[in-house]
Write a protein that binds this ligand. Structure first.
Ligand SMILES: [Zn+2]
Ligand SMILES: [Zn+2]
Length: 483
């Protein structure tokens, strides 16, 4: 298992304001966290900072806290069903190791916290330059607690910043094939971008273009999530995929295409032939630092919306709307858009990317029922024109801009949703940056496992597609044997 930490920019600011002191002294505080359990990564999502009240901690040469403080934190953790995080600062810069005193303090705290909360103690250290390091104290035998360093700490909001433990996720060697990419934003940013684990949910026209673009941007770890297989009718929409791939799983075909380019020997592509609403798809997404939502249905969008808030994983989503003239003489109009969801950004529901009522229709299978669809109003999303490859490249481009803006934060500028009008060539950006008052999705911020299970279920169509793809592989081998 790998370990990681995530927190919103708001929590990061509160913590830094308290912990990083102008007098150069170290300071401490506690926070509550919720676990988030991915396929291969266990993360602590910082839920709430609990600052000390006057007299609850002493700032002298070695900062310490008294029993009133830890008792108050324990009570709050029990009441809110959270884990406990113990944080302190160091007066130096960069990723921080632990002093002997730090190890003693956290080793003493670990059994108390575990017996109270049933969750491991999370220790975190912040440096003067706001770089985080962290570790979980896991009970590995009846009286033994071992320290497991977190490979990364992710801060998400208007931008995304990730601090890595270089021993676990090493800075990549900047190879010649990326010279031109590096020349755009420099080696430091490239080392940060290249180490991100990025997931693409949905490998249709937008997803297949994004997979290619992320590889060329130097991303080394990509997870592809899609249960669907390649069909003849998809061939005018899938980047680099032809007739030979018909019947195969899209994730397998795209993975093969990315790997055969041999762009770098450190590239790891994880292909997951499941829906995001299935256990395997959802858990694989929780291993990622950022997700691209390339699905066009309300149910997976709703799940990704919730997942991004609950687990502090930014989700970049896009969409295309086209319509043809009634007499089919020309395109009538087309618009496409891209936006980033997650902590401190508007969710997909608030900006109208899906209707909650449609999520239920899809869950009941009614959006696959031709009779039911025929009776839906003319302006229902199901009747909208199909996206075409030429427009999908435009959407993928806008989504990549959202991604690069998030990670590069050029001149500290940020932007929210953007929509391109094909007919006029104008880009609109007068959309809300944050959620509407009382939004249910926003209320899921940092809830992690408390709510994750509620979004995981079975998906009969996904099961059927996987069976068909496996059947095709069997038929292929049977033919070989008979031959
Ligand atoms: Zn220390
Ligand atoms: Zn919202």
């Amino acid at each position: 298992m790998h370990y990681s930490i995530a927190l919103s920019e708001r929590q990061h600011k509160i913590l830094c304001r308290h912990l990083i002191r102008t007098d150069g002294q170290e300071d401490l505080c506690f926070a509550l966290y919720r676990p988030s359990v991915g396929k291969s990564r266990y993360s602590g999502i910082i839920k709430e900072v609990i600052l000390p009240l006057p007299g609850e901690r002493q700032v002298h040469r070695n900062v310490s806290f008294n029993s009133e403080y830890i008792d108050r934190v324990m009570d709050l953790a029990l009441e809110k069903e959270c884990g406990i995080c113990f944080l302190h600062s160091h007066p130096t810069n960069g990723w921080q190791h632990m002093s002997t005193d730090d190890v003693i303090a956290e080793t003493e705290l670990a059994p108390r916290v575990k017996s109270f909360t049933k969750l491991p103690l999370l220790g975190m250290t912040v440096a003067q330059d706001e770089v985080w390091s962290g570790r979980f104290w896991i009970k590995t035998s009846p009286s033994k607690y071992e320290r497991f360093w977190c490979e990364s700490t992710r801060i998400t909001g208007k931008g995304i910043t990730i601090h890595y433990d270089d021993r676990q996720i090493m800075p990549p060697v900047l190879q010649e094939q990326f010279t031109r990419t590096i020349s755009a934003w420099g080696p430091v940013k490239q080392q940060s971008i290249a180490r991100m684990h990025i997931g693409i949910v949905g490998l249709g026209s937008v997803g297949s273009v994004l997979a290619e673009a992320l590889l060329k941007t130097g991303i080394q770890k990509i997870t592809l999530i899609d249960f669907d297989t390649v069909e003849l009718k998809n061939l005018d929409r899938l980047q680099g995929i032809g007739k030979l791939s018909i019947g195969r799983l899209k994730v397998a075909v795209v993975k093969q295409r990315l790997l055969t380019q041999r762009l770098s020997k450190n590239i790891a592509i994880n292909s997951v032939p499941h829906s995001i609403v299935e256990e395997n798809g959802f858990r694989a997404a929780l291993d990622c630092d950022l997700l691209f939502s390339c699905v066009d249905r309300p149910w997976p969008r709703f799940v990704l919306d919730a997942l991004s808030q609950a687990n502090c994983i930014p989700v970049i989503d896009g969409g295309i709307e086209t319509s043809i003239k009634p007499n089919q003489s020309n395109i009538d109009q087309a618009r496409w858009k891209a936006h980033t969801c997650g902590p401190e950004r508007a969710c997909m529901c608030c900006i109208g990317q899906y209707e909650v009522a449609d999520v239920s229709l899809e869950q009941m299978g009614l959006l696959e029922d031709p009779t039911y669809i025929a009776n839906l109003p003319k302006d229902h999303f199901i009747h909208r024109g199909e996206n075409v490859f030429a427009f999908s490249v435009g959407v993928a481009g806008m989504e990549l801009q959202q991604f690069l803006s998030l990670v590069l934060k050029p001149r500290r500028q940020f932007y929210g949703p953007k929509e391109f009008d094909f007919n006029s060539g104008m880009i609109d950006d007068n959309f809300e940056f944050t959620c509407k008052e009382g939004c249910d999705i926003e209320a899921m911020l940092a809830e992690g496992e408390k709510i994750n299970h509620a979004f995981i279920t079975q998906h009969p169509i996904a099961e059927q597609r996987r069976r068909a793809a496996i059947g095709l592989v069997w038929a292929f081998f049977k033919n070989l044997v008979n031959f």
